[in-house]
Write a protein that binds this ligand. Structure first.
Ligand code: SF4
Length: 206
């Protein structure tokens, strides 16, 4: 049976009542997180984790992080529920190690699977260490990202770290379209490649 992750999230939110569980939200960038944060902030106490070793080059990584922080600051000016932020070390070599042999894979192939897993594993670890009830990632907002795979990996990590995975497919409910609109509202830089040098090179050769 094909799962509908948005419907699962809707059903879970229904059960929360007035409770606002602590959610660790892995974010790949400001634009993708714009929709996800503004959507989930009605229901969860959100902390954004910026852990993206795949992003290349370093200047791009730092720029995307600045955009992320800028967005959170702007959202926090408008909301009664403060969004928090956790930074991470940037170790691009750790990404190159897991991408070895998959440099020419198309987007959504094995390299991306390893890249998702690296980010979700760290998010689960930080969530467990810091007493979060749920964790998830903004990644599924992109039409280029496989929500079924992200949820499968997220659930596998959740079973290991004993933190709940938030089922999600944020491109539903026009999430991707909203992220473009919100990027304009919040005046956010939108990159034109996913993140790693391999995605950058394939974008340049198009
Ligand atoms: S294309 Fe994106 S998801 Fe795939 S490996 Fe590169 S940064 Fe990761």
């Amino acid at each position: 049976m094909v799962r509908n992750f948005q419907r699962e999230l809707d059903a879970l939110i229904e059960t929360l009542g007035d409770r606002r569980p602590k959610l660790l939200l892995h974010s790949c960038c400001g634009p993708c997180s714009s929709y996800v944060i503004t959507y989930l902030n009605d229901y969860f106490d959100i902390t954004v984790l910026y852990f993206n070793p795949s992003i290349y080059p370093t200047e791009e990584y730092l720029h995307r992080k600045e955009v992320q922080l800028d967005l959170i600051e702007k959202i926090n000016r408008e909301t009664e529920h403060e969004v928090k932020f956790i930074d991470s070390d940037y170790d691009h070599d750790s990404f190159l190690e897991i991408a070895k042999g998959h440099e020419t894979d198309p987007e959504c192939g094995e390299r991306c699977r390893e890249c998702y897993l690296q980010r979700l594993t760290e998010t689960g670890r930080v969530a467990a260490e810091n007493g979060f009830e749920y964790f998830c990632s903004t990644l599924s907002v992109s039409p280029h990202k496989n929500a079924a795979l992200l949820n499968e990996l997220g659930e596998a990590v959740a079973a290991q770290v004993r933190v709940l995975w938030l089922p999600s497919d944020f491109k539903k409910k026009e999430g991707y379209k909203r992220s473009i609109e919100l990027s304009k509202v919040y005046d956010l830089y939108r990159q034109d490649y996913c993140g790693c040098e391999f995605s950058k090179n394939s974008r340049l050769s198009e």
